[in-house]
Design a protein around this ligand. Structure first.
Ligand code: ADP
Length: 495
């Protein structure tokens, strides 16, 4: 069953929320921006009218005999109209503040004090200001001086209401911010549907992943072919299940192999004991059955020991005792130990060792490495063949170890598996040869634990060569130009 996700924590909800919030911020920003722009535009428009009226007023109004006189044609309707318009918000005083003309609206804005009048009259240019009447309606007011006949100054001010622009801005704001929630609700629905579309393939992948269990890890989620991030995810997921499948297979193979390997000596022991119990009559017969059983017990213990060691190695419990180690010297020792088995099989065992190749290594493990590889080489090389062990400087200044034989060889299809635990090549040439299939697993672990690498090349019927590279401190080569390269090596042929 698919685990249920709380809706608020779901990707769909979070995607929609982010989308709606983003829209809300953008729309509020646009609304506020437009509101200020509109307000500015409308105020500028009123200001332009005020300026025009200021000019008109200066043309139609004069001071004669200390009294204001409108120079309009009383017969002309338009002149009268202009005069009425100018008189709507107007104030005319003398320099001391004695009022000559005053309109009711201007009174409501507030008659300027004598100090204010004095200040304005002292300014070189008229002054513009937004002022408010008693009801809070704003006005653009322009105030300055009007020259009289005798060089005297009069205070003159006219105003223009901003009420229409304020109302327009207010109406716009109201309408905009009232419809905003509606727009956002619509966007939410749209966002929810869009997020659903985006999430749908994800849910399909989750559903497919649900169907994968431990026993059907080979199931692959089909790719949608969109080549997008989701396909990438599916591909990574498929690769992961393939790797898991491989590991599970290995574990399954391993358990089968272990039980198989343990069953063979156990059956043999059981047989020996039954022989002793039911058919042996003499002391010698008992003795022989016991010896045979003991041999099989020994084989059992060696399997268990090898397994234990390998699992300790792979789980990191086997701590390497690293110390400077002469790899050539160790190789020589192990080669010496294999001279007798090699001689018994009529094999030529030779070593070519470059002296002084020192590595920080664990002696026991390096000995095990040489001994496992030499044991294989001797085992899988038929009589009359040759085994060569080489230890020399690598190009990268590390150590290069080669163990090469002229034996049965390994078929190419088996090569990728020979380092797996319990893996043995099954063919008529090697079937009769005893082995656990653990030796190379160990070799591979030892090489890796020393920071090195291992390669194998093999040709069936011609032979096999294992090449290892280990980090080492190799001293400078002893004057290679003076002597032939082969002189650096020690050659020890053995039959
Ligand atoms: P085993 O105990 O079977 O020798 P290993 O892990 O040492 O186990 O080797 C795994 C398999 O690799 C062997 O069963 C064998 O088939 C193959 N093999 C290893 N070394 C050689 C070699 N030098 N020549 C041919 N085959 C080899």
């Amino acid at each position: 069953m698919r685990p249920s996700i709380h809706i608020l924590r779901g990707l769909r909800f979070r995607l929609t929320l982010t989308y709606v919030l983003l829209f809300a911020v953008v729309l509020v920003g646009i609304g506020l921006g437009y509101r200020f722009f509109l307000q500015d535009e409308l105020q500028d428009e009123v200001l332009a009218t005020l300026e025009a009226e200021w000019g008109e007023a200066k043309g139609y109004l004069r001071i004669e005999n200390y009294q204001p006189v409108w120079t309009v044609d009383v017969e002309d309707q338009e002149d009268n109209f202009i005069k009425e318009r100018l008189r709507r918000v107007i104030l005319l005083t003398d320099a001391r503040g004695n009022i000559l003309i005053e309109s009711a609206i201007y009174r409501s804005i507030g008659i300027d004090s004598p100090e204010e009048i004095k200040r304005i009259l002292s300014l070189p240019e008229p002054e513009r200001k937004i002022r408010y009447d008693q009801d809070g309606v704003p006005y653009w007011v322009k105030a300055g001086n009007m020259p009289g006949e005798h060089g005297d100054k009069y205070f003159f001010a006219i105003g223009r209401s901003l009420e229409t622009s304020v109302t327009a801005v207010r109406n716009f704001t109201k309408a905009y911010f009232l419809t905003l929630p509606l727009i956002l609700a619509l966007i939410s629905v749209l966002g929810w549907m869009l997020a659903g579309l985006v999430i749908r393939p994800l849910n399909a992948v989750a559903q497919a992943a649900q169907n994968i269990t431990g026993s059907n890890l080979s199931i692959q989620i089909p790719l949608r072919g969109a080549g997008d991030e989701l396909d990438n995810l599916v591909e990574s997921f498929n690769r992961m299940t393939a790797r898991l499948n491989e590991s599970f297979d290995q574990v399954r193979r391993f358990s089968t192999d272990v039980s198989h390997e343990l069953r063979t000596p156990l059956t043999a022991i059981r047989g020996q004991l039954e022989v002793a119990l039911f058919t042996a009559e003499t002391k010698e017969q008992y003795h022989e059955a016991m010896i045979n059983a003991l041999e099989d017990v020994e084989q059992l213990s060696s399997i268990v020991r090898a397994l234990l060691l390998l699992s300790q190695a792979e789980s990191g419990q086997l701590v390497l005792q690293k110390a400077p180690l002469d790899l050539g010297e160790v190789a020589e020792d192990v080669v010496d130990q294999f001279q007798i088995p090699a001689e018994e099989k009529r094999l030529m065992l030779k070593s070519r060792i470059e002296p002084g190749i020192i590595a920080m290594a664990d002696r026991t493990q390096i000995e095990r490495l040489f001994s496992n590889l030499l044991s294989n080489a001797v085992k899988y090389t038929p009589a009359g063949g040759a085994v060569n062990v080489t230890v020399r400087r690598d190009e990268g200044n590390g150590a290069r170890i080669e163990i090469q034989d002229t034996g049965a060889g390994i078929p190419p299809e088996n090569l990728p598996h020979i380092f797996d635990r319990f893996y043995r090549v099954r063919n008529p040439h090697t079937n009769s040869i005893q082995g656990l299939g653990l030796g190379l697993s160990f070799v591979s672990w030892i090489v890796k634990a020393h920071g090195g690498s291992i390669d194998v090349t093999s040709t069936v019927g011609e032979g096999t060569c294992f090449t290892m590279r280990l980090p080492a401190e190799v001293p400078a080569a002893p004057r290679l130009t003076d002597e032939p390269a082969s002189a650096v090596f020690q050659s020890r042929p053995t039959l």
